[in-house]
Design a protein around this ligand. Structure first.
Ligand code: PEP
Ligand code: MN
Length: 469
């Protein structure tokens, strides 16, 4: 007998061996916040336990179907958004400009890769940040590091960890997703009018011309589909945008993990099945600092039905990769795991081939999505101490990654970028040729530097051109 939401039943539940939503608590854990007030933490998680899911299993299953196509080489995965989303970004203009940017980039990539594009935002919940140290020095004083709006505030007066922020994070995630859903259902993504996707700030004539050309191509294709009646078969008024964040704060993730009916059942003659879905987002990834196989984060994610990302970098031993896959995806579901590789432009050629060979020569051949994160291996500080990334390094890692996959006979199924729809000056280079002196003009990230809207769109064109070659 199993228990579904407290009721004893003989309903089949698909759970990983010896796994429970809280089994992570018995494992060693990295990046774990030390909450000053445990009672306040319990109050916050008790509140979260009662709140409704943010995303629905139906959507999660739909994303899984699409990700299966990515793993099979039939679709491309575009994932992007802020390094650290702030509660303050929960504004219609900020959300819509990011949404439009992702839509524009996906249009460019559809044309370039000649494939469907699956879009996932680092949005509606990307509030928790791993840090190299829990304390930092500001103006000669030791203060708690900023760990993301879900734990503390950037302002020095708000650096104490506050568990009530977990509940606030739920509300801001829900409000952001509501805004995304409303924008999409009101036709922001209407494919019949792709010019509506235009971003206000894109002034660059060359980018504008390239984009207009892509739009012209698509408009023509749609006109043709209408002429032959093929547009009736599909819903071209809307697109899917899914949400994702790093699954870092396991108290939060556990509270939003619910045993729910699997929408794909019952097929004819089958009984309804139940699985544990983490309803905080559609897609959850674990970071470079928390992917130790016998630790808490891997324990937690191995039991949830969501698609999972794992960051893979220079510190990932090749032998860990297969052990990770066997732990997270023992049934070898195609598209369940996305390996998000982030080595840095200078190291990718040396390190990626061994990782590809280990996976693709094993029983996991063809099951994973290889996604390139060209951001996190290319962060550097300029002489003034500002953290930045060079556009050329980012593109170079993407190019090398594409080339290595080609040589190894594997498929680069996606890219993972830190970007914003705003005109920030955080990364150097790109068509505006931002240099060190420009960084201070509009640097607003409290965490990693993001591509601005022009740099991000340009990156999409460069990747698309590469596929067209
Ligand atoms: C991130 O994606 O913001 C991040 C912290 O990445 P990584 O875990 O790869 O360092
Ligand atoms: Mn980051």
């Amino acid at each position: 007998m199993a228990s579904v939401n407290g009721v004893q039943t003989n309903i089949p539940i698909n759970t990983a061996d010896n796994w429970k939503p809280d089994s992570w608590r018995s494992k060693p854990i990295k990046q774990c916040p030390e909450y000053p007030d445990i009672k306040a933490l319990h109050k916050a998680t008790a509140e979260l336990d009662q709140l409704p899911p943010i995303v629905h299993p139906h959507e999660i299953e739909k994303l899984k179907q699409s990700l299966k196509e990515v793993a099979e080489g039939k679709a491309f995965l575009l994932q992007g958004g802020d390094c650290a989303e702030l509660f303050d970004y929960c504004r219609q203009d900020a959300i819509e400009s990011k949404l439009k940017l992702l839509l524009q980039m996906s249009l460019v990539l559809i044309r370039g890769t000649n494939r469907k594009v699956v879009r996932i935002g680092r949005m509606a919940g990307q509030y928790a940040k791993p840090r190299s140290s829990p304390m930092e020095t500001v103006d000669g004083k030791q203060v708690p590091s900023f760990r993301g709006d879900i734990l503390n505030g950037f302002d020095l007066s708000e650096r104490e960890l506050d568990p009530q922020r977990l509940v606030k994070a739920y509300s801001y995630s829900a409000a952001t997703l509501n805004c995304i859903r409303a924008a999409i259902s009101s036709g922001i993504a209407d494919l019949h009018r792709p010019m509506n996707w235009e971003l206000g700030h894109v002034q660059d004539e060359r980018l504008k011309a390239k984009y207009s050309e892509s739009v012209g191509f698509l408009t023509e294709a749609l006109r043709f589909m209408r002429t032959i009646g093929a547009d009736k078969a599909r819903n071209l008024e809307t697109v899917d945008i899914y949400t994702s964040h790093e699954g870092l704060l396991l108290e939060y993730e556990q509270s939003l993990t619910r045993l729910l009916a699997v929408p794909r059942y019952p097929a004819e003659g089958e009984t309804q099945k139940f699985e544990y879905y983490d309803t905080s987002a559609h897609f959850i990834w674990i970071g470079d600092r928390t992917r130790q196989i016998d630790h808490a984060h891997v324990e937690f994610i191995r039991g949830i039905a969501n698609p999972i990302g794992v960051k893979v970098g220079p510190t990932t031993p090749t032998s860990d990769l297969l052990e990770l896959l066997r732990t997270i995806n023992p049934s070898r579901e195609v598209g369940k795991v996305t390996l998000i590789t982030r080595y840095g432009a200078a190291k990718v050629r040396e390190l990626l081939p061994a990782h590809i060979r280990a996976v693709e020569s094993s029983e996991y051949r063809g099951t994973v999505i290889w996604q390139c994160d060209p951001m996190h291996g290319n962060t550097r500080s300029v002489s003034s101490g500002i953290k930045t990334r060079r556009f050329d390094d980012i593109f170079s890692e993407l190019q090398e990654t594409l080339a290595v996959h080609k040589e190894e006979g594997s498929y680069l199924g996606g890219m993972h970028l830190e970007l914003t729809g705003d005109a920030v000056t955080e990364c150097m280079g790109g068509s505006q040729n931002l240099d060190e002196g420009d960084l201070s003009t509009n640097y607003t990230s409290h965490c990693d530097p993001r591509l601005n809207e022009k740099q991000a769109l340009e990156m999409a064109f460069l990747v698309a051109d590469h596929y067209l070659e």
